[in-house]
Design a binder for this molecule. Structure first.
Ligand SMILES: [Zn+2]
Length: 143
């Protein structure tokens, strides 16, 4: 199934927009730890979560089979169970840039509505959040 259709099915076509997004500090710590452990390779995972009123809540990481290499992490999105509420993705860049590549922007447009990139040295300040157009957005970290 096409994932944007899948998301539209979950949220309803008119509910794909959100004003705020949230992630827990614990989940941010998990992302930083995995990115550090994966270095010099990229890691990639999907976000499961929900839309509550106009706030998108990132709740957990979903790992799916993929290829990890210095060339980039790819996710086999066909392997994602369709009962999961996938809202986006996170991946690491083993370099100091957390800007999305052209391939990243293409991926962002295909699956989910919120995406994070964490770059070396994988601190909280190295995390950038993007929408499905690859535009920078804010994500509130909840303690
Ligand atoms: Zn990337």
């Amino acid at each position: 199934m096409d994932f944007n259709k899948f998301l539209a099915k979950i949220f309803g076509n008119d509910k794909l927009k959100f004003s705020n997004s949230e992630i827990s500090y614990d989940l941010i710590c998990e992302i930083m730890a995995i990115a550090q452990k994966s270095h010099p390779h990229e890691f990639a995972a999907l976000f499961e979560g929900k839309l509550k009123e106009d706030t998108l809540k990132i709740e957990k990481l979903v790992f799916v089979p993929g290829e990890n290499s210095e060339q980039g992490a790819t996710l086999n999105t066909l392997m994602v169970p369709t009962n999961m509420k996938i809202i986006g993705s996170v991946h690491s860049h083993p370099c100091p840039s957390n800007h999305p590549s052209n391939a990243d922007i293409h991926f962002f447009s295909k699956i989910g509505i919120i995406h994070m990139i964490i770059s070396e040295p994988y601190d909280i300040s190295n995390i950038a959040t993007y929408n499905s157009f690859g535009e920078r957005i804010q994500c509130k970290v909840i303690k």
